[in-house]
Design a protein around this ligand. Structure first.
Ligand SMILES: Cc1ncc(COP(=O)(O)O)c(C=O)c1O
Length: 414
C-alpha cells in the first residue's frame, strides 16, 4: 500500500460500490470499502499506526499540502480503518461532505458546538436534550461566554421568535432523551437558515438511518455511535457529519483538540454498521409490539414512543422518519420508587445500564424533572426507559408482564 501520502478522496474510480445513488441498506454494505483500503479482503483491516513513513523529504513536504482522509500523514489523522468508517458514515447522510470521528458521543457533541460557537453567542437548545449535552452547555460553554437558552421541543417554526442578534446555533435532538418528543426539524432549520443560524442535530436514536438530518436541512448531524452503529455494547464512539460549508471548521476544531479513535474501535464500528439495517428493523418490530402491549396495561398511564399516535410530535415522525428505533419510555399510573425497583430488579432478560442501542435489552428508571427549564415535566407516576434488544419478543413480554405484577404488588402494599 505504499508509504505516507497515498490515496485521494477525489479519485472516485477507486471506490468499490459506494455512492449516494444507492439505497440506504446497500450503502451500509458498500460504504468505505474502497479497494485500496481493503486490499484483497472484504473488510478494511485494522491499521495500528502512530508513525506513518514517507519515501523522501519531498514526499513528506507534499503530504502537508493536503489535509483530507485517504492520505497517510501521522496517526492522529487516522489510517484506512478510520477513513473507511468516516466515509461509510458520510454516506448515511445524503448531502453531507465529510465525517469526523470521536472517542464518544459526548466528545462529538462538545467539538461540534465548539466549532460553531464564539464567546458572546447565544445557543438555543431543546429542553429535552440528553443531560450531558445540557451539562456541557452549563458547565463549559457558560464559562466560555456562551449563553444557552432552552426551548420547548415542540416549538417548530415558532423557534423564529427566540432567535436574536446573538443567536449563533440551535442544538436539536429528535426524539428527545427520556421523553421522546419529535421535533419539526425542517421547520426549525428553515427558520434558522433565514437568520443565518447554524443547526446541529443529535441523530443518535434514528442512527442517521431512519431519519436523514442533512437532507432535512440540518447543517451538522451528530451520532453517539456507541449505540446503534456499534450495536454490540462494546465500543465508545462519536461522529460529526456535516455539509461542505462546515467541513473545514469541524475538521480543524477536531484536529486542534487532538481527537482520534483507535483503529480497533473503527473496525468494530464498521462491523456493526454492516448489519444496521436488519438490526434496526428487528429493534423496530419488537419495540413497537412491546410498546403497544404496554399501552394496553392498566398500570401503564402512557407510552412515550414516537410511532404511537399519542406521542408528542407523532405526526412529524410519520412525515419525516422511515422507521422507529428500539428505545422508548413508559409512564406508570401511580406507584413509587420501590415499585419501580421491584419491577426492574426482578427482570431476567433486561440489564440495568445507562447505554442503549445494543443487541441486549435494558431497563432503567429515569426522571426527566431535573433536566427541564423551558417546559415542565408532568407525569402520572414514575418513568421507565426500555432498550428493546434482539431477544425473542414473546420472552421479553413475558418478563415485563411479571415485572408489572411485581410493580402492582409493591405499589398496592403501600
Ligand atoms: C441521545 C444521546 N446522545 C449522546 C449520547 C452520548 O454518547 P456517549 O455515551 O458515546 O458519549 C448518548 C448516550 O447515552 C445519548 O443517549
Amino acid at each position: 500500500m505504499g508509504r505516507a501520502g497515498g490515496y485521494r478522496k477525489s479519485d472516485r474510480s477507486r471506490v468499490r460500490g459506494g455512492g449516494s445513488d444507492k439505497k440506504p441498506a446497500t450503502r451500509l454494505v458498500t460504504g468505505g470499502r474502497r479497494k485500496e483500503w481493503t486490499g484483497a479482503v472484504v473488510n478494511p483491516p485494522v491499521w495500528r499506526a502512530s508513525t506513518h513513513l514517507y519515501d523522501s523529504v519531498a514526499d513528506m513536504r507534499a503530504g502537508k499540502a493536503s489535509n483530507e482522509d485517504g492520505r497517510f500523514f501521522y496517526g492522529r489523522r487516522g489510517s484506512p480503518t478510520q477513513w473507511a468508517l468516516a466515509e461509510a458514515l458520510t454516506e448515511l447522510e445524503p448531502g453531507a461532505h465529510g465525517t469526523m470521528l470521536f472517542p464518544s458521543g459526548v466528545s462529538a457533541i462538545a467539538c461540534a458546538l465548539l466549532a460553531v460557537l464564539r464567546p458572546g453567542d447565544v445557543l438555543l437548545m431543546a429542553d429535552s436534550s440528553y443531560d450531558p449535552t445540557r451539562s456541557y452547555a452549563e458547565a463549559f460553554l457558560k464559562k466560555w461566554g456562551v449563553e444557552t437558552r432552552y426551548y420547548d421541543p415542540l416549538i417548530g417554526a415558532g423557534i423564529a421568535d427566540l432567535i436574536c442578534e446573538r443567536t449563533r446555533a440551535i442544538m436539536m435532538e429528535s426524539p428527545g432523551s427520556l421523553t421522546f418528543e419529535i421535533q419539526d426539524v425542517p421547520a426549525i432549520c428553515a427558520a434558522a437558515k433565514d437568520r443565518g443560524v447554524t443547526t446541529l442535530l443529535d441523530n443518535t436514536w434514528a442512527a442517521s438511518y431512519f431519519f436523514r438530518g442533512i437532507e432535512h436541512g440540518v447543517d451538522i448531524t451528530i451520532l453517539a455511535g456507541t449505540k446503534y452503529i456499534v450495536g454490540h455494547s462494546d465500543v465508545m464512539l462519536g461522529s460529526v457529519t456535516c455539509t461542505e460549508k462546515y467541513w473545514q471548521r469541524v475538521r480543524r476544531t477536531a484536529q486542534q483538540l487532538g481527537q482520534v479513535i483507535a483503529p480497533d474501535d473503527a473496525y468494530l464500528a464498521l462491523r456493526g454498521l454492516r448489519t444496521l439495517d436488519v438490526r434496526m428493523r428487528q429493534h423496530q418490530d419488537s419495540a413497537l409490539k412491546i410498546a403497544r402491549w404496554l399501552a394496553g396495561q392498566p398500570r401503564v398511564a402512557r407510552v412515550l414512543h414516537p410511532a404511537l399516535p399519542d406521542c408528542p410530535g407523532h405526526a412529524i415522525w410519520r412525515r419525516d422518519f422511515s422507521g422507529s428505533a428500539g428505545l422508548f419510555s413508559f409512564v406508570m399510573d401511580g406507584g413509587d420508587a420501590d415499585a419501580v425497583a421491584a419491577f426492574v430488579d426482578g427482570l431476567a432478560l433486561f440489564g440495568i445500564g445507562y447505554s442503549w442501542g445494543g443487541y441486549e435489552s435494558l431497563a432503567l428508571p429515569v426522571d426527566p424533572t431535573p433536566d427541564r427549564s423551558a417546559t415542565e415535566w408532568k407525569a402520572e407516576g414514575p418513568v421507565i426507559r426500555l432498550n428493546i434488544g434482539l431477544e425473542d419478543c414473546a420472552d421479553l413480554m413475558a418478563d415485563l408482564a411479571k415485572g408489572l405484577e411485581r410493580y402492582e404488588k409493591t405499589a398496592c402494599k403501600r
